[in-house]
Design a binder for this molecule. Structure first.
Ligand code: DGL
Length: 261
């Protein structure tokens, strides 16, 4: 193991959309990805379960040489973000606030749609943060429980009718609200960028994965003395994860399965 990794945590594949952008911005940083695939999806769980599951990831990662942890999961940030900051020895970077700031900058008609997991929608974290930034906004939330399980089982190609129809059904509802800005409030959804670009071609799409990295990069320069190592750790199903991850990242990677308490 090397040193000073940027930790990226999620329940699964969504974290890779953050790793992908992070790697382009930081060619030489060491990155440690952790995906809690034994417990994915987090989006159907209670706030207490999400706190417990994500808390144990932080306690586990606290033992490793990390310079920062990016919460690459809106569901974790919305239900446990504050708690994780309290228990972590390592600086934590959140995802929801920077995403809201970007959406506020882009909207002209002040009508913003959010697609996210059920637990993230129920928490109202996006709604509260957006209204805090601008209380004249109209916010429309849509929870999309089918998307994460489909993506985790390998359905993320634009030509895959299962995922295409699922996205279309969720999105159609939001598009009737005359939104001009759509927040992809789950890091799994940027795996479906090609579908969103087709179905929501005329509106601003704000990717929470992108905004999480932009926020991190405002505060941190690339460390040019590093080796650019990438570690991929998951808590279950490493073979399937590796296949899907390689398909998305378009490069070979080695995924290690590890058990955490
Ligand atoms: N990728 C996670 C997010 O951004 C959620 C996935 C899940 O439901 O486990 O919310």
């Amino acid at each position: 193991m090397k040193d000073n990794y940027i930790g990226v945590i999620d329940s699964g594949m969504g974290g890779l959309t953050v790793v992908n952008i992070l790697r382009k911005k930081y060619p030489q940083e060491n990155i440690l990805f952790f995906g809690d695939t034994a417990n994915v999806p987090y989006g159907d769980k209670s706030p207490e379960e999400i706190k417990h599951l994500s808390g144990r990831i932080i306690n586990f990662l606290n033992k490793y040489p990390l310079q920062a942890i990016i919460i690459a999961c809106n569901t974790i940030d919305s239900n446990a973000g504050k708690y994780l900051k309290e228990i972590s020895n390592i600086p934590i970077y959140n995802i929801i606030k920077p995403t809201c700031i970007k959406a506020c900058q882009l909207t002209k008609n002040k009508r913003i749609g959010i697609m996210a997991t059920t637990a993230a929608v129920k928490s109202n974290a996006y709604k509260k943060e957006l209204l805090n930034l601008d209380n004249s906004l109209h916010i429309f939330q849509k929870d999309c429980p089918k998307l994460v399980p489909l993506i985790e089982s390998g359905h993320f190609d634009k030509d895959d009718p299962l995922i295409y129809e699922a996205v279309k059904n969720y999105l159609d509802d939001l598009l009737t609200k005359n939104i001009d800005t759509l927040i992809l409030g789950c890091t799994h959804y940027p795996l479906l960028t090609a579908i969103f670009e087709e179905l929501a071609a005329n509106i601003n799409i704000v990717s929470s994965s992108n905004e999480a990295v932009q926020y991190y990069s405002k505060n941190n320069k690339d460390n040019h003395n590093k080796q650019g190592e990438e570690l991929y750790w998951v808590s279950a199903n490493s073979d399937m994860f590796q296949d899907n991850a390689q398909k998305f990242l378009q490069k070979p990677i080695k995924v290690k399965e590890i058990t955490i308490e």
